[in-house]
Design a protein around this ligand. Structure first.
Ligand SMILES: Cc1cc2nc3c(=O)[nH]c(=O)nc-3n(C[C@H](O)[C@H](O)[C@H](O)COP(=O)(O)O)c2cc1C
Length: 148
């Protein structure tokens, strides 16, 4: 069960992905380098999660995060990508991203079309935004992990 290892705290520098997130999906993602992905415990299975995140010790925002091989793109490398639910002025390559994974949404899917994928992303974000209003999750925005 994926929930056993939650909450899961991670931090690391944002590196460049393929750029498909913003270009094709309208869902920009911040990618972690391999060392951060390798540290994931076995209990954290591939899939889509919700949680909270900050960039360079800034404000803590809601986020959705995907872990896996991105089957829609026939990926061969396991990646860990965060979509912060906030509009930023600039991209944040090279900046420090801190995330807390709080809940599992679903496994990764190999969608039949880009439209299906985009529709599911909208549903993921709606589900996450609703869950993250619960006090048991809101409290993580004030966790010392974000200020240490
Ligand atoms: C909320 C969310 C859900 C995702 N779900 C899937 C999925 O079900 N299947 C999949 O192949 N990739 C999924 N991804 C990963 C995307 O394929 C990946 O973020 C996108 O290709 C951008 O990658 P890039 O930053 O390397 O360009 C998801 C990403 C996010 C942020």
């Amino acid at each position: 069960m994926s929930q056993i290892a939650l909450p899961y705290f991670a931090k690391g520098e944002v590196v460049k992905g393929f750029g498909r997130g913003s270009r094709e999906l309208g869902c920009p993602t911040a990618n972690y380098p391999e060392d951060v992905v390798k540290k994931l415990p076995n209990e954290i299975e591939c899939g889509v999660y919700f949680g909270v995140a900050s960039v360079d010790k800034g404000e803590v925002h809601d986020m959705v995060l995907s872990i896996g091989y991105n089957p829609f793109y026939n990926g061969t490398v396991r990646t860990m990508e965060t979509h912060v639910l906030h509009t930023f002025e600039n991209d944040f390559y090279g900046k420090e991203l801190r995330v807390v994974l709080l809940g599992f949404i679903r496994p990764q899917i190999k969608f039949n079309s880009l439209e299906e994928f985009k529709q599911k992303l909208r549903e993921d974000i709606a589900y996450a935004s609703n869950e993250l209003q619960k006090p048991e999750y809101v409290k993580y925005k004030n966790d010392s992990f974000f200020t240490d």
